[in-house]
Design a protein around this ligand. Structure first.
Ligand code: SF4
Ligand code: SF4
Ligand code: SF4
Length: 254
């Protein structure tokens, strides 16, 4: 098999879900137009959503979701032992994602409130790289299928994966959107890593930063602009914590 005359290596890949909504796994099967080409690059040996057949001879393990139960730790370590390359797939895996909201509350009170007498075992949410070493992180809630196709092609070709360093605002301007901040609303596109083609803003929603920080972030400047627009610090910090992905941009402030 070749791509532009360069030999391609068909990769044996497995997809595993931990604490998540499984939306990132569904993205793998999205973008139907390119699905035959995409699937020609990988041999899927383990993927619960599409087949009950499973093998352990995978080279790449894609991990979706965060860790929120003790038993998941051993399962994760076992996957790490078997895989040559471990990829955190999606914001839950890379940062904890929306699951990490529960870390702001006492676990006992949350479990009591939701499950009453049927209490499950649960631990504070951790991202995958807090438990095992991770070779590659692909953030996004959900991941961008186009970005995933590009990364899989790079892996199959053995070529360097170029990550976008600039912020979502660049893509947003290219898409000719009217800026939320100009309209007096909150948006974190200026400090968030591009790669989603500003999909939320294109659809009429602000960017809440699911892809994590861009390479160069001026948090204090953005925060002052948002406060000048009349947005409260409380609201800014609440929205900033939605995906647990932008914590590092405010750590110097605290
Ligand atoms: S990152 Fe978002 S879409 Fe992906 S599994 Fe987590 S909650 Fe679902
Ligand atoms: S709407 Fe958000 S992403 Fe778009 S230019 Fe304004 S701040 Fe940046
Ligand atoms: S616009 Fe922002 S919140 Fe929406 S997908 Fe892109 S990075 Fe995530």
């Amino acid at each position: 098999m070749e791509f532009s005359g360069i030999p391609l290596k068909k990769l044996r890949a497995a997809f595993f879900d931990f604490t998540s909504c499984e939306g990132c796994q569904l993205q793998i099967l999205n973008h139907e137009k390119n699905l035959p080409d995409f699937l020609s690059l990988i041999e899927i040996v383990n993927f619960r959503e599409i087949s009950s057949d499973k093998r352990d001879d995978y080279e790449i393990a894609f991990i979706e979701g965060a860790v929120s139960r003790k038993d998941q730790i051993d399962r994760l370590k076992d996957i790490r032992k078997k895989a040559k390359l471990v990829v955190s797939l999606g914001t839950c895996a890379c940062y904890g994602g929306v699951n990490a909201i529960k870390n702001n509350f006492s676990i006992e009170s949350m479990v009591d409130e939701v499950y009453k007498e049927n209490k499950p075992e649960t631990i504070p949410v951790q991202k995958i790289s807090e438990i095992i070493s991770v070779d590659l992180e692909i953030p996004g809630c959900p991941v961008s299928k186009i970005e995933l196709e590009y990364i899989i092609l790079c892996l199959a070709l053995g070529s360097v994966i170029e990550k976008k360093k600039y912020p979502v605002c660049i893509e947003c301007k290219q898409n000719m959107n009217h800026c939320f901040i100009d309209k007096g609303s909150l948006c974190f596109g200026a400090i968030t890593r591009a790669g989603c083609d500003s999909i939320c803003v294109n659809g009429g929603l602000p960017c809440y930063g699911c892809r994590g920080p861009s390479a160069s972030v001026n948090w204090m400047s953005l925060k002052n602009i948002l406060i000048d627009k009349g947005i409260t610090e409380e609201e800014i910090l609440e929205k900033l914590s939605l995906f647990n992905s932008l914590n590092e941009v405010i750590k110097d402030e605290n």
